[in-house]
Design a protein around this ligand. Sequence first.
Ligand SMILES: O=C(O)CCC(=O)C(=O)O
Length: 263
Amino acid sequence: MQLSPEHLTRLDRDGFLILPSVFSETEISTIKNRLPALLQDSSEANIIEKESGQVRTAMGLHIRDEIFAKLVRHPRLVQPARQIRPEPLYIQQVKVNIKAAFSGEVWQWHYDFATHHSDDGVPQPLALNLHIFLDDVTPFNGPLYFIPGSHKYGTHRAFHDTQTTSYPLWVVDQDVVRDLVSRAEKVNPGRGIVPAIGPKGSMLIFHDTLVHGSPNNMSPWDRSIFSLILNPISNALTREDRPDYKHHRELSDIIEVEDNCLE
Ligand SMILES: O=C(O)CCC(=O)C(=O)O
């Protein structure tokens, strides 16, 4: 699958790109059917929400499950990534973020590179975050919120939040968010913050310095999203302080599988 010049322009301008209907209903069912067993594992790679006790994020899934092992090598993910970063790429992180109906908890405002750099010593913000929506993501069930164009401003003050959620993250403070939103509003009034929404099967790509977060899921609808982070091998981690399910160590270029491998 190739991104069009218009897709690439939008990704460069906004810092993210949403593509509907990339994976079929059947493929999404094949992927989702694996989750109940994985979420029941006592694996330390399943991170539990602070309040509800439900799984917030299930990590390292390509090592734990054969369908996810195919998914991370799927041409519809890997080929667009190679178009954007035409060099050998390794699998940095693989997870499903689950925001359960009524109880899924907040992800504070952050940009991923703050964590990749501060915790893992990744030199440059070149990693790509590729998401697949496993449920319909609506304005109500805890979608990601993006500040369009915020990736253009590079890095920001960030602090290590070990308190507000069960997943420690380098987050940005409110002044930074206020400033970036007001800049985005000047470029595109009414669009200082946009929700990343779409039907199940949609794909989302975003840059490492794009500022984003997501609210609690107060709705009666679950929201689960698969996330694959790919990083150029030339830009690999330089520290191994975090467990490998948070940043994998195998620095080999991805070998693609067949496009129909999930049917
Ligand atoms: O799943 C979410 O709501 C947030 C995910 C996120 O912030 C990320 O993948 O960096």
